[in-house]
Design a protein around this ligand. Structure first.
Ligand SMILES: O=c1[nH]c(=O)c2ncn([C@@H]3O[C@H](COP(=O)(O)OP(=O)(O)OP(=O)(O)O)[C@@H](O)[C@H]3O)c2[nH]1
Ligand SMILES: [Mg+2]
Length: 350
């Protein structure tokens, strides 16, 4: 349906609201918000001409814990809020995420109009544009939104957990999520991360963060590294263990590289976090990738003051976050956001 509407001449994008799952933006590949209608011949059965961007509300809105009581008026709340944000110059993806946030407030009250929040009742991160307009150049008041582009729900959950445990060290940025599977070039983890982040910033025309995780075996000079996803899919936990048979070194490190760009064509900043461990037969919950075969070294556990001898999959999520590759990289990123926020906000608005 969205593709048919685009074919009939919708100029920018079709947005489909998806209830509690947020919303979806469908547009022609290569279009940004200002591009005139494409002349591409669109084939309804072939998705190669379109891109779909999944949008969710900003993480950690204060009302999220409240029960949903009535969905009447939620679509109108979304449309009204979207129009308001767009009219203030907020980009489509960010405006859609914020509009999901407003609609999710409306379903927590009964009725239609009575359920819409007043501007002054909106939480800080949904008031972004008011702040920007009223602050008149005063940077300390301004906030920016960064879109975490990932197709991996477990990564998103861990980063959301890191952010919510970050209260008190807060930075003037809100995080939203776009679920996109981006092409990943071959190369070193740094090269892959840099190119993926550039692609995401161009595609979304906004400030983005991406993250790439590698699992690097010392005995294999760092392989499978960034290609661990395909090795894990192809060989499973047992196969990964077998790859080390014949070596007397089962050590490996997990590495996350967060890449951040304030916008299309802007500099990409990389933040590297590593945790040293051993590859062992699988133990613990099977929720997340290779967690069951990665046992962090004793020194890593000591540094986080957690029990030794467990795989990531046997730890609580909070314990994993105390020592994980992801949390180390995230901590560097958070420090960068905290110490360079003025410059970054300028770059985002330039
Ligand atoms: O057990 C795990 N514990 C972790 O902490 C962890 N972090 C990432 N992964 C997995 O390692 C591969 C990296 O690939 P990756 O960085 O390209 O991710 P992805 O393609 O799934 O998502 P994204 O690229 O859309 O963000 C994928 O198989 C991920 O599922 C992990 N597995
Ligand atoms: Mg990937």
């Amino acid at each position: 349906m969205a593709r048919a509407l685009l074919e009939k001449g919708v100029r920018t994008a079709v947005i489909v609201t998806l209830g509690e799952r947020g919303a979806m933006i469908v547009r022609r590949k290569g279009d940004d918000e200002t591009v005139e209608q494409s002349t591409t011949d669109v084939n309804d059965d072939d998705d190669s001409n379109h891109e779909t961007i999944m949008i969710s509300e900003p993480a950690d809105l204060p009302h999220q814990a409240l029960p949903v009581v009535d969905a009447v008026g939620a679509g109108d709340a979304f449309c009204g809020a979207l129009a308001a944000y767009l009219s203030r110059g907020v980009k489509l993806e960010q405006a859609s995420s914020m509009a999901c946030g407003v609609a999710s407030m409306s379903v927590r009250k009964r009725g239609a109009q009575e359920s819409y929040p007043l501007a002054q009742d909106l939480p800080e991160c949904l008031q972004l544009d008011n702040k920007q307009q009223s602050s008149d150049g005063e940077e300390s008041e301004r906030r920016g939104t960064i879109t975490f582009v990932t197709g991996n729900k477990n990564k998103l959950l861990e980063v959301q957990r890191l952010i919510s445990s970050d209260q008190g060290k807060s930075v003037p940025f809100d995080l939203t999520n776009a679920k996109l599977d981006l092409p990943e070039l071959q190369g070193s983890p740094e090269e892959i991360a840099r190119e993926k982040c550039k692609t995401a910033a161009n595609l979304l025309q906004s400030a983005v963060m991406t993250e790439d995780t590698s699992l690097c075996f010392h005995a294999l000079n760092g392989l499978p590294g960034a290609y661990i996803k395909w090795f894990l899919d192809g060989l499973g936990h047992d196969g990964l263990n077998k790859m080390l048979q014949g070596f007397d070194d089962n050590r490996a490190y997990a590495q996350t590289i967060i890449a951040f760009s304030p916008g299309p064509g802007k500099e990409v900043h990389l933040f590297d976090g590593r945790t040293e461990g051993r590859i062992v037969p699988p133990r613990g919950s099977l929720d997340f990738g290779w967690d069951p075969i990665f046992e962090p070294l004793e020194e890593e556990c000591e540094s986080g003051d957690i029990d030794k001898g467990n795989t990531y999959a046997e730890m609580t999520k909070d314990d994993k976050n105390k020592i994980s590759h992801r949390s180390k990289s995230f901590e560097k990123f958070r420090h960068f956001l905290a110490t360079s926020s003025g410059e970054i906000l300028k770059g985002m608005n330039a």
